[in-house]
Design a protein around this ligand. Sequence first.
Ligand code: FAD
Ligand code: NAI
Length: 474
Amino acid sequence: MSTQQFDVVVIGGGPGGYIAAIRAAQLGFNTACIDEWKNDKGGPAPGGTCTNVGCIPSKALLQSSEHYEHLNHHFAEHGITADNVQIDVAKMLARKDTVVKQNNDGILYLFKKNKVSFFHGRGAFVGAKDGLYEISVNGTPTLAAKHVVVATGSNARALPGTPFDEDKVLSNDGALRIGAAPKKLGVIGAGVIGLEMGSVWRRLGAEVTVLEGMPTFLAAVDEGVAKEAAKVFKKQGLDIQLGVKIGEIKTSKTGVTVAYADAKGEAKTLAVDKLIVSIGRVPNTIGLNVEAVGLKLDERGAIVVDADCKTNLPNVWAVGDVVRGPMLAHKAEEEGVAVAERIAGQHGHVDFDIIPWVIYTSPEIAWVGKTEQQLKAEGRAYKAGQFPFMANGRARALGDTTGFVKMLADAKTDEILGVHIIGPFASELVAECVVAMAFKASSEDIARICHAHPSLSESTKEAALAVDKRTLNF
Ligand code: FAD
Ligand code: NAI
């Protein structure tokens, strides 16, 4: 096969890679994207972890399981009752697969629309000659490129000595494909995946125990929010044990037993039907053949980049989960756009200080900027304002009054430094706060902007008013 030459070749078609490829093509570059993900028929399934076994399928299952929980527990107060409520897990999973496929197909359509050449297979460096990088697809040297963007993502981290079998010991992949709600589900790691997937299967009837190594629950989250979340999740029936030390894990035909020491050091055993291990993810450069060109990795296996996503090699860039920073789809996308623009000589920019985080549990948890404990540690003088959803008319009408909005602002300048939300549609409410922070708004700015009534967003305005101790509805 003859070598095809491109201006930009992107390796990896997840949110970092496919967005970088589209933006590069929009900027007039002859662009190719290589992605190896296969659907169940062996065909291409671009979109990466996010589309195939991450953001999208997890949110599909969270939605289905929330409908089921509402019908079982919350609709009666609206006067809606149903007998014999059933969950057809196979149908729920099939719907999730359809949602995933719509996203895969959408990306293939976008590649066509933007004239990005798509190659299905594994991309690897072969070498570099005359200012061009040679890239193979499935072992065959096929492409040459002036610029290469590596966006090869991450993989689930396994516990040492306990590989994922995706039947009893599950990564995020298996956790999204459990064929029937297990009677007992164990989760190791009370992070984002543990809480989201634990919530899905608890709502569908599993007895869920979460074993967390850290003594603090959601240590990266604002303390007030984490405390409220712990209270609510406990009430929902999630048994979250902190400060544990995991010992031997044994699997049998029927289930899994986990030996562990609890926070007091007492030896305990947890016997479950399925075990999800969600203890973080590792950057993925498997099969990329970085040695061929001398691409530098750090001790965690992440590709070393500077603030502009430049690697140690000229014209080789890396974005998303395979580099430093939070492992979030929108962070990967922003880096992808910025890199394409930098290749074009523009000034692509990612503001790492205002990347929003969302945990899609019920209630949702969302935040942007600094937590109260971070500001205290920095010795920064700040003012805090908090408004409970209990005092918001729309939340009462929704029947979802758990949680609050907390706004933190600089004591002198009043610039917003962080916003922390636990409650209904926190994922949507946080967007206003990100915009405000991007424009360096003060809490007074938000307090003086008209918010629609009745809407949950009035709680953000009221939290801003609370910073100046002048709430109107609380
Ligand atoms: P990936 O999405 O991992 O994509 C990398 C792609 O590169 C893959 O398709 C892979 O097959 C391909 N690839 C790798 N090596 C090669 C090679 N050599 N040749 C060709 N192709 C290759 N983030 C959020 O922001 N919001 C969420 O709600 C959210 N939910 C999540 C839920 C779960 C269960 C998980 C596991 C993750 C979730 N994330 C979420 C994180 C998000 O999925 C990642 O941050 C995001 O996918 C990273 O994008 P990426 O492009 O860097 O890598
Ligand atoms: P995580 O980093 O969110 O949580 C891992 C948890 O496991 C931590 O609380 C950690 O203390 C604990 N842990 C680590 N080792 C342990 C051990 N040996 N024993 C017991 N506990 C241990 O990682 P998670 O949940 O695997 O998710 C990976 C990443 O995927 C997230 O960090 C996030 O970037 C992304 N993600 C984002 C989502 C979102 O944006 N809504 C949803 C799901 C994942």
